[in-house]
Design a protein around this ligand. Structure first.
Ligand code: G1P
Length: 180
């Protein structure tokens, strides 16, 4: 699982805070979502998790946080749970593929048992980290495409093409010519 994948980077990262990017979560933001989160990190010097509001019916696809609001777009994380059913979800704030994490998480991931889906979950490592350190969630600005499913991948392809300086005119003409 994702927790094990992150743990594999332990030797490379060492004792520094580090970022995790889930590449199937494509985010079109200016500045980029991770840059927004780094700016937040520089103020708080603690782990920062990227979140967005999702429909309650979709909570089972995400890590979901329990949190209380602090500054604008910022929440103090009080709990986190991987893929809860809508009626079990503590909020609709979903973790969306961007994390800045303290290296303390590595020793915790080494002891996290398999969780949702029988996988070692990064979410469970973050839940363990909460007992040691403060963690903030940041609602970054930007449009997120879920490229982990075919529909989201297609949306991203079309929308990026329509913004692309070299391709946009040609692509728009192509789309208009399609007999839909
Ligand atoms: C992973 C994480 C989940 C997170 C999601 C974001 O799940 O385990 O907490 O909300 O990415 O895309 P996956 O999509 O790999 O099932």
């Amino acid at each position: 699982g994702l927790g094990h994948a992150v743990l594999c980077a332990k030797q490379v990262v060492g004792n520094d805070p580090f970022a995790v990017i889930l590449a199937d979560d494509l985010i079109n933001g200016e500045p980029g979502a991770l840059k927004q989160m780094v700016e937040r990190y520089e103020k708080c010097q603690c782990s920062v998790i990227g979140v967005q509001n999702v429909a309650r019916e979709d909570t089972g696809n995400y890590g979901i946080i329990k949190a209380r609001p602090s500054e604008p777009r910022t929440h103090v994380v009080e709990g986190i749970i991987e893929k809860p059913a809508p009626d079990k979800a503590p909020s609709t704030l979903a973790v969306v593929g961007r994390y800045i994490l303290s290296s303390k998480i590595f020793e915790l991931l080494e002891n996290v048992p398999a969780g949702a889906g029988g996988e070692i979950q990064l979410t469970d490592g973050i839940a363990a980290l909460l007992s040691h350190e403060r963690i903030l969630a940041y609602e970054f600005e930007g449009k997120r495409y879920d490229c982990g499913n075919k529909y989201g991948y297609l949306q991203a392809t079309v929308e990026y093409a329509l913004e692309h300086p070299e391709l946009k005119e040609k692509f728009r003409t192509y789309l208009k010519g399609l007999k839909l």
